[in-house]
Design a protein around this ligand. Structure first.
Ligand code: FAD
Length: 499
């Protein structure tokens, strides 16, 4: 590529960019600042499992990370630099590179989990004490979690006023362009810690390769993210306000895993969405655009909650839920995980998750409600299963959403809202197409019973090739009985809320 420098520059001061959840070139403030420093750049990703306070990535997210790193390595190579991979304790590896490569500045974009913040703060303090410039930036959010406050200077606990205050505060800054050329710096062989190859990180499954379908569906990396956004703004934004609840067609942007790994920034999404609206390029109406941006707002709110309540994934936001009589039932849990509960919409969702690493938001709510309320299994067990199986498993949105469904969270769904799986299926998958796709053994059922096979007449089941209890399960619990038990348990909790 003409005009591009290669990372052969070996002398003088260098600037290290420590990449983490920001695997992109465009709108990456740490990278842009490093390039602007005029020093050669060393871009590093550290797969750090040494800090046990930081939750390790789940299996599906590790699969995604492989693709994301692969794409970023290529993109940096195209611009004259490299992405060097390491495995091990971040602080030790950074210190090693700094010493061996003459690094005088280290830049990174911020993370918001408590353990991640503690790690970053300790590293920053040490760097400064050693006379190294250390700078951090916001690349992950539209608004820093501490910036949006109530009039009495407290954190918000309710979404609507939070989002109103955020929007009134300021218009998100315009995204930064990707650097065209990056003067890279090769690492010397005097390093004590050896860089690793992507293959050595062993992020992808081999035997068995459970990710085969995921490979056909997703394109991790910045180009895949931009492609999904373009596709969405060109089509599905039109009617998003209504259609976003429909799992039976491509009704949402599918940007969540790209956002999780920072392959696209919320500022980029904001700018492109606003532009599409103002230019009238999309047929979508104002309500559709507002609704879409408000969903991005829910992600912001989840980070706002995580920041003020770091134990979001492990402790009830409302302490009164500590007394909830959760049940331990491995058989029910397994039926839920495998998509064999006997409720077609629940089973379709759980199988979509297993096959694709993703699930439609409406169905996430239905399956989460089913686990928590019908099976009365602790929301943390479901959160953990999602953490392992979702490509977009996010420290803030996953925990906040599970607590929202449980009723234990901030601004949560009231405990008495118990989704009826049959009604939900009939309303949001009216022709049963989503169920037929993911639960193919039910494909031959007519629409009026596809969401409740146990109500189908015997000849109808026979014609569809279904033997309940043999090739498709009977419902694991009765909806009415389970609902009554859950309501009684929720009512037994004390009314006061503590956070
Ligand atoms: P779109 O409808 O196109 O929305 C655009 C973006 O807005 C999403 O990519 C996402 O970043 C954000 N967003 C949308 N809805 C929500 C929401 N309810 N809460 C927070 N952010 C939202 N989302 C994750 O990114 N990671 C998770 O681990 C996660 N776990 C969830 C667990 C449960 C039980 C539930 C009910 C929801 C969870 N969500 C999670 C939120 C939501 O389901 C996904 O963000 C959404 O389905 C992603 O699809 P999309 O990108 O097509 O969304």
């Amino acid at each position: 590529m003409q005009g591009v420098l290669t990372d052969t520059d070996v002398a003088g001061e260098a600037c290290l960019v420590w990449l983490r959840d920001d695997l992109r070139l465009a709108d990456n403030p740490a990278l842009t600042a490093a390039v602007a420093s005029g020093k050669p750049v060393i871009a590093v990703f550290i797969f750090d499992q040494a800090n046990t306070a930081i939750r390790p990535l789940g299996a599906a997210a590790r699969w995604w990370l492989h693709g994301s790193l692969e794409r970023l390595q290529q993109a940096l190579r195209d611009r004259g630099a490299s992405l060097v991979l390491f495995k091990g304790p971040s602080a030790t590896i950074l210190a090693d590179i700094i010493k061996a490569a003459g690094v005088s500045a280290v830049f990174w974009n911020r993370r918001y989990g408590a353990a991640e913040r503690a790690q970053d703060a300790a590293i920053k303090e040490k760097l400064k004490a050693d006379g190294i410039e250390a700078r951090s930036f916001n690349s992950h959010l539209l608004y820093e979690p501490w910036e949006v406050k109530t009039k009495t200077d407290t954190a918000f606990k309710v979404f609507t006023p939070f989002w109103r205050a955020a929007r009134e505060k300021s218009v998100p800054a315009a995204p930064l362009p990707a650097p065209q050329a990056i003067r890279g710096r090769a690492l010397p062989d005097t390093l004590s810690m050896r860089p690793v190859t992507l293959a050595e990180l062993a992020l992808r499954p081999e035997k068995p390769n459970w990710a085969a379908e995921m490979e056909t569906l997703w394109q991790p990396g910045e180009d895949g993210a931009a492609g999904n956004l373009d596709l969405f703004l060109g089509e599905a934004i039109n009617g998003y306000g209504e259609n976003r609840n429909r799992p039976d067609f491509r009704s949402t942007s599918r940007l969540s895993p790209h956002l999780r790994f920072g392959e696209i920034s919320p500022r980029q999404i904001w700018a492109s969405t606003t532009l599409a609206f103002e230019s009238g390029a999309s047929a979508g109406k104002e309500r559709d655009f507002d609704k879409f941006l408000a969903e991005v707002g829910w992600r912001e709110f989840s980070y706002h909650l995580l920041y003020q309540f770091p134990a979001l994934a492990s402790a009830n936001f409302q302490g009164r839920f500590d007394a909830f009589p959760w049940r331990h039932n491995p058989e029910h849990l397994k039926a839920w995980q495998q998509g064999r509960t006997g409720y077609p919409i629940v089973d379709a969702g759980m199988r979509e998750l297993w096959r694709t690493g993703w699930m439609h938001n409406r169905v996430r709510m239905i399956v989460a409600s089913f686990l928590i309320k019908h099976l009365m299994i602790d929301w943390r067990v479901g959160e953990d299963w999602f953490w392992n199986t979702l490509v977009d498993a996010d420290p803030a949105s996953n925990a906040a959403s599970w607590q929202w469904v449980a009723g234990s969270g901030a601004d949560a769904a009231p405990y008495y809202r118990i989704f009826a799986p049959v009604l939900q299926g009939e309303k949001f998958d009216p022709k049963g197409e989503y169920v037929r796709h993911y639960v193919p053994e039910l494909a031959g059922l007519p629409n009026d019973v596809i969401h409740k096979p146990w109500e189908a007449a015997h000849p109808v089941l026979t014609r569809a090739g279904i033997r309940l209890g043999t090739n498709y399960p009977h419902p694991v619990v009765s909806h009415i009985e389970a609902r009554d038990k859950a309501l009684a348990a929720f009512k037994s909790l004390s009314p006061e809320t503590t956070a």
